[in-house]
Write a protein that binds this ligand. Structure first.
Ligand SMILES: [Zn+2]
Length: 497
């Protein structure tokens, strides 16, 4: 007799991935997203797919961090995902490919809302897994609707694809097991009432380095498959925003113990998180940069970091650079990179290389003080690249003479994190004396290029000084908003059935 092999488990994939601040005036819209539809396009997103499954791609949309997503766009994509899943036929698993900190106008828990709607279509039996950014949030609703949850273990997120591969591999295995009559995984959630800016939780430094370093050993314990630590997202004023630990595996007692152990470890270091670089006001950082012999001296304009959801056009730093005597005279060279400003980018293209023009730069989306800065400019270089779009390097002029300040403007919100982007505009990361960049912690190329670095606590939609933002809807008590509070306990757990 020959036995027919069991058919492969069928896994559907869909999701909307964005990290969006509710404190920025920027609204994320359809055009900000890269949208993939259908199995071929969606599978093309992954450098891996476990071969032990058959996949059905529905819709996946991802964007650079931004502001709240327009409700109409979200509703339309949600409907498309649900209709696609309904048409997909019988499923064993669903891979919910999200970031976890999506804000949608009018919703407090967008991922929770989306996965609830998905569950209503695919039913209770299908095994649902997700692999998220550690800056996402795990609401009770999201937890309730997922069997398996995992997230990155590094910030910067060098393990983003490794995490998705782990999440999808575990999901395929669990879906096959459950289909063949095996038990669903047990999972455990511990919320930790602490809200931290990402720039205090880089895994390059303590205490996050040691905290995340505990994870691999926890996942080696018998009966434990995965343990994850979400730092949470601080720039949304929503009840779900806080840190969370989730573990899953076959042995309930071992899973609960691992989750509580990591949560306790996080709780014990709750007052130890410090900024990843020395901080100060922008004026303090610029004084230090100009006085320093370290070149290039980098400064992060962290309150308007588009990588966390900032508008990418506040002019707080630009105006101060343009007014600084040592830069105006050319004694110190400075690069401000970058501001999203389609009008100035277009004016630069019209003027052409070497051309001169005047413009009001920046301050159109996030118009907080000082707003658009009037500058006389000379075009140094123009570029148009897939992904980043149109951009221009502009030298600031004064009385017809070049100052020491160069500013990069772009037609799209963008993060200037890699050498290649600078080179396309004839710039280098190490050329200027002072580089001011709209970032939080520096990405690897920048970190290497910087001889010294300050994190300027500038105003903006992702202000790193959380107490200045004015949260009113988060759960309380919460550190750092409240003094000493009771330690976390297991919030929820169990198998979905
Ligand atoms: Zn993140």
């Amino acid at each position: 007799m020959t036995s027919t092999p069991a058919p492969l488990p069928r896994i559907a994939i869909a999701g909307i991935a964005i990290e969006s601040s509710t404190f920025t005036p920027y609204r994320s819209e359809e055009a900000d997203f890269e949208v993939r539809r259908g199995t071929a396009e969606i599978l093309d997103r992954y450098p891996f797919t476990p071969p032990e499954a058959e996949y059905v791609g529905v819709l996946h949309a991802r964007a650079l961090p931004g502001g709240q997503l327009e409700a109409e766009v979200y509703a339309r994509w949600k409907q498309e995902i649900c209709e696609g899943l309904a048409a997909a036929g019988p499923l064993d698993g669903f891979f919910f490919d999200v970031h976890g900190a999506m804000s949608v106008v009018g919703l407090d828990d967008a991922e929770g809302d989306l996965v609830t709607s998905v569950r209503a279509v695919i039913g209770e039996e299908v095994v649902v897994g997700t692999a998220m950014d550690l800056h996402g949030n795990v609401s009770p609703t999201l937890f309730e609707n997922c069997d398996l949850l995992t997230c990155y273990r590094h910030a910067p997120h060098i393990d983003a694809w490794e995490t998705r591969e782990r999440g999808l591999t575990d999901l395929v295995a669990a879906a096959a097991r459950v289909r063949d009559g095996g038990p669903r995984p047990h999972r455990s959630l511990v919320h930790v009432p602490i809200l931290l800016p990402g720039e205090k939780t880089s895994t390059r430094i303590e205490p996050a380095r040691s905290l995340y370093a505990r994870i691999p050993a926890l996942t080696q314990r018998p009966g434990v498959t995965d343990v994850s630590c979400w730092i949470g997202f601080a720039w949304a004023d929503q009840p779900r925003c806080q840190a969370a630990i989730v573990a899953h595996g076959e042995d309930p007692a071992a899973v609960d113990a691992a989750a509580l152990e990591l949560a306790t470890a996080l709780w014990e270091v709750r007052h130890d998180f410090v900024f990843v670089a020395p901080t100060g006001s922008f004026e303090e950082c610029l004084d230090e940069a100009i006085a320093s012999s370290a070149r290039p001296f980098w400064i992060s304009d962290s309150g308007d970091n588009p990588g966390a959801g900032g508008a990418d056009d506040t002019t707080f730093c630009l105006a101060r650079l343009a007014a600084r005597e040592e830069i105006r005279s050319g004694e110190v060279s400075a690069l401000m990179v970058s501001l999203v400003d389609p009008a100035t980018t277009d004016a630069a293209r019209e003027a052409g290389p070497g051309g001169r023009f005047e413009a009001q730069v920046g301050g159109r989306i996030d118009a907080r003080e000082p707003g658009p800065v009037p500058l006389a400019l000379q075009v140094e270089a123009l570029d148009e690249a897939p992904g980043t779009g149109r951009s221009a390097a502009l030298r600031v002029l004064e009385d017809g003479r070049p100052t020491g300040l160069t500013v990069v403007v772009t037609a799209r919100r963008s993060q200037w994190a890699t050498h290649g982007m600078y080179e396309r505009l004839g710039l280098t990361m190490t050329g200027p004396d002072v580089v001011v960049v709209k970032m939080g912690y520096l990405e690897p190329d920048q970190y290497e290029a910087a001889a010294d670095w300050r994190l300027a606590l500038t105003p903006g939609g992702v202000d790193q000084d959380l107490l200045r933002l004015g949260h009113s809807r988060i759960a309380r008590p919460m550190i750092p908003f409240d003094p000493e509070i009771p330690p976390p306990t297991v919030a929820a757990g169990g198998r979905r059935h």
